[in-house]
Design a protein around this ligand. Structure first.
Ligand SMILES: Nc1ncnc2c1ncn2[C@@H]1O[C@H](COP(=O)(O)OP(=O)(O)OP(=O)(O)O)[C@@H](O)[C@H]1O
Ligand SMILES: C[C@@](O)(CCO)CC(=O)[O-]
Ligand SMILES: [Mg+2]
Length: 329
């Protein structure tokens, strides 16, 4: 039995534009998904996930050619919910050339689902690591990041960048531009507050919406280019430790994400509540549509968010310098 954990993330800058080759800078945060994997004597896959909004449940795949779940719930719902774990196990079977390997997989997560904090990437990175280590193979985090990207790419119908998965595997602040992924070592300790509206967005659908508009409108293509420029300015601000400049870039980035159509009334309300509470900058994080904002600030910002009717939960968080970790083997 092996347990691995991997962090969620917030985007300092650059979500969505990163899908089209612009740079982005996500940062790992101190909220994790933990996945425990035990190899089975047969080739079945049994997944138990009690944090899912579908209510906690266990799904067993028989491991046969059809590999169908044996629970009484609509198949599309289960596939959507379990896709990341099934694909993670498929990647491990391929990596280790063990197509018949069967596993019991148990997931516990502190990261709200579909809220822009990278729950899918964290679950995927932790599941791949735990299953590989359980089979006696200690994978390099860069290999895990690459395999986890393949998972997101396939589950999200080709609509994924390497940003979330690389960040979760490596930890810290990272910069991703196309295939070029690296850690930024000179980023100061930043105090973030996350505001969560209790809702969720569908990453794949939101990315497809932006892509359709980008194919149709020059203004959307230019907005995406401008986000790239903001990320470059933001990187310079991060490396200089200039919090006012970092905050300004976050504010501009939020405006540009609104222009792409991925914000929401609740996200805008939380962004303004955070700014009213003294945040140096605030923006939505992740795919948008609902879920979380990230603000640069501390206690007063958290309290301002708690008073906002749009906000269901607010918490302080910090950059987690650790990426994926084996917790128990
Ligand atoms: N605790 C969990 N247990 C099982 N599956 C999970 C868990 N957390 C996340 N997932 C999987 O990840 C999906 C959510 O991924 P999605 O990419 O839509 O949102 P996110 O990763 O939280 O946000 P974003 O990609 O915007 O940062 C869930 O529907 C589920 O399939
Ligand atoms: C919207 C997006 O840029 C970030 C989701 O957290 C999608 C991706 O990069 O895969
Ligand atoms: Mg995701």
């Amino acid at each position: 039995m092996v347990t691995a954990s991997a962090p969620g993330k917030v985007y300092c800058f650059g979500e969505h534009a990163v899908v089209y080759g612009e740079p982005a800078i996500p940062c790992a945060i101190d909220r994790r998904a933990r996945v425990t994997v035990t190899e089975r004597a047969d080739s079945a896959l049994r997944i138990s996930a009690d944090d899912l909004s579908l209510e906690g449940f266990t799904v067993a795949y028989d491991g046969g050619p059809e590999d169908r779940p044996n629970v009484d719930a609509p198949e599309s719902l289960l596939d959507a919910a379990m896709g990341y774990v099934r694909e993670s196990i498929a990647q491990v079977r391929d990596l280790l050339d063990r197509p018949e390997a069967g596993f019991d997989v148990e997931i516990h997560s502190e990261i709200p689902l579909g809220a822009g904090l990278g729950s899918s990437a964290a679950v995927t990175v932790a599941a791949i690591t735990a299953a590989a280590v359980e089979c006696g193979h200690d994978p390099d985090p860069a290999i895990v990041a690459d395999r986890a990207f393949q998972v997101e790419h396939s589950v999200q119908d080709g609509e994924a960048s390497r940003a979330d998965t690389f960040c979760s595997a490596m930890g810290g602040a990272v910069r991703v531009e196309g295939e070029d992924c690296r850690r930024l070592e000179d980023v100061p300790t930043l105090e973030f507050v996350v505001g969560y509206d209790g809702g969720a967005g569908d990453t794949g659908a939101l990315v497809r919406g932006v892509r359709a508009d980008r194919d149709r409108y020059d203004s959307i293509r230019e907005t995406i280019d401008t986000i790239g420029a903001v990320v470059r300015e933001g990187q310079a601000a991060l490396e200089a430790g200039d919090r006012d400049a970092i905050g300004r870039c976050m504010d501009v980035n939020h405006g540009l994400l609104s222009a792409l159509g991925v914000s929401a009334r609740s996200l805008d309300a939380m962004v303004w509540a955070a700014r009213d509470g003294g945040a140096r900058g605030a923006k939505l994080t992740g795919a948008g549509g609902g879920g979380c904002i990230v603000a640069l600030g501390d206690g007063p910002v958290r309290r301002a968010l708690e008073f906002s009717t749009a906000c269901e939960q607010a918490f302080a968080t910090a950059i987690d310098r650790d990426g994926v970790r084996v917790e128990q083997r």
